[in-house]
Design a protein around this ligand. Sequence first.
Ligand code: NAI
Ligand code: MG
Length: 489
Amino acid sequence: MTDEILQVRHFIGGEFVDSLDGATFDSISPIDNAVVAHVAEGSAADADRAVEAARRAFDDGPWPRMSPAARRKIIHRAADLIESRLEELASWETRDMGKPISECRTKDVPRTAHNFRFFADFAEMQHTEAFPKPWDNVLTYTLREPVGVSACISPWNFPMMLESWKVAPALAFGNTVVLKPAEQSPISASIIAECFLDAGLPEGVFNVVHGFGPDAAGERLTTHPGVDLVTFTGESATGRVIMANAAQTLKRVSFELGGKSASIVMADADIDLAIKGTIDGIFRNQGEVCLAGSRLLVQREIYEEFLERYVAAAEALVVGDPRDAATQIGPLVSTEHLEKVLSYIELGQAEGGKLMTGGHRVTEGALALGNYVAPTVFADVDNSWRIAQEEIFGPVQVVVPFDTLEEAIAIANDNRYGLAGMVWTSNLNTAHRVAREVRTGTMWVNCFFVRDLRAPFGGMKDSGIGREGGAYSEEFFTESKAVVIQFPS
Ligand code: NAI
Ligand code: MG
C-alpha cells in the first residue's frame, strides 16, 4: 500500500484546474489521521466557473441534443474504464474514508460502474405518452427533455457509489452536471472524472468542484441562478438549509436524508437469518449507512436468547485496518465523527441503556492512530431515549423489546425519520402488515440492502423529498412537455 499523497484538483470544462485563489485543504485518512491528499478548495468563484462551463455545455453543446444511444456509448465507455481501475479506486476510497477494501472491491466500485450502465440503458428505453382525441381532431403528446444544469451534492459514507447514483441519471437523461463531493472523501470523484475525460465526454458536461458546504462551493451551487436542480444526500439539517437557499431561484430538489430505521424481529422468524441480517443492518460500513437498521425491535419471547446470540455475533466482527481484506469494520470517517459517536455511547449509558458489548475505542497497536470503535450494543432501550431517536451513524445498535405486533409497528413509527425498515418473520400476513403500516420509503422482508435499481428509493417524513431510481429518476431529471396539435376538421 502506497503512502503517496495525491494532488486533487477541480475538473471544470474538461480540464483539471486549481482553485482561482490557489486555496487547498487536506483530506485526512481515518486509518492513521495522516494526510492522503492536498485538495483544491473551491470558493463560490470556483463554483461559478463550473456552473458556467456546465451552462455552456447545456445551452450550446452537443450533449442534450445527442440521441440517448450516443450518450449511452460514452457512458458505457466510462463505466468500462471505472471497472478497469477497480483496484486503484478501491484502495484510494479505503484510504480516504476508511471503509473495508473488500467492500470497495465487491460492492462500491462494481455498483458505481453498474449505476452508470443502468441509467444509460434505461434512458434509451425512454417512452412518452400520447392523448389522442380524434373526435375533436386534437392530438396531444409529450416530450421528455433534460432539465439543465444539475448540482449533485454527496456525502462521504459511500462516496463514489452515491455520486454515481446522482450523476448517472443526470447525464443519461441529457443534463450537464456539477458534482460537489464530500470534503472528507474527495479522491474517487476525481478518478471518475478522469474516466469520463478518457471516454470522450464533451467538455463541460461533467464538472467536479471540491471543497466545503456553508459559505463555500457547496452553498453557491444551491443559490446560483444557472443551476436548475439540486440532488443532495446527507444530513436532514443540511437538507433544510439547502432547500431554503434553493427556494430563491425555485430549483427542483431531491433529498435523501437521515434515518433511524427499525428492524423488527418476530418470534416466528428464522433466527439465524435474522441475526445475520440485523448484524449486517447496523455494522456494515461501520454503521455509517443512512439505511441502517439502527433500532432493533425484538419480540419478548425470544428477547434473551436473541440478544445473547446477537452480542456474540457483534463480538465476532473483525475490527481492523480497512486495507486488510479480512477487515469487516474500519475506522470512522473523521475524529469529529468519532467524538460524536463516542458521545452517543456516553449518552446511552446516562440514559440507562444496558451496555452489552463494545462502548469503547479500539486502540491495539497501529489502530491507536485511527478512529476505530468496537461494535456496540445497548439492550433494554426505551424508544423515547435520544439514542433510539437520533441518527448516530456509527457501529452502535440499540435493542428495544416489544410484546405485540401492534406495539412493534407503533414503536417503528415513533420517530421523525422514515427511510427504511426490516421485518424478520415466517408469517406472510405479518410481513405484509408491517410493510403496509410502517411509514417508510423501503421495507425489507427477511433481507437487507437488496436493491432493484428500477424501484423508488427515498424517504418519508424527515428522511427526504422525492424518489430516485429507474423511472423515478427519469421524472426528476427530465421536464415533460405537452405538444398539442389541432387538425383541421
Ligand atoms: P452534511 O449533510 O453536512 O454533508 C453532506 C454534503 O453536503 C457534503 O458534500 C457537504 O459539503 C455538503 N454541504 C454541507 N452544508 C451545505 C450547504 N449549506 N450547502 C450545500 N452543501 C452543503 O453531512 P456531514 O457533515 O458530512 O455529516 C454530519 C452528519 O450527518 C453525520 O455525522 C451523519 O450523522 C449524518 N450523515 C448522514 C448521511 C445520510 O446519508 N443519511 C450521510 C452523511 C452524513
Ligand atoms: Mg478523507
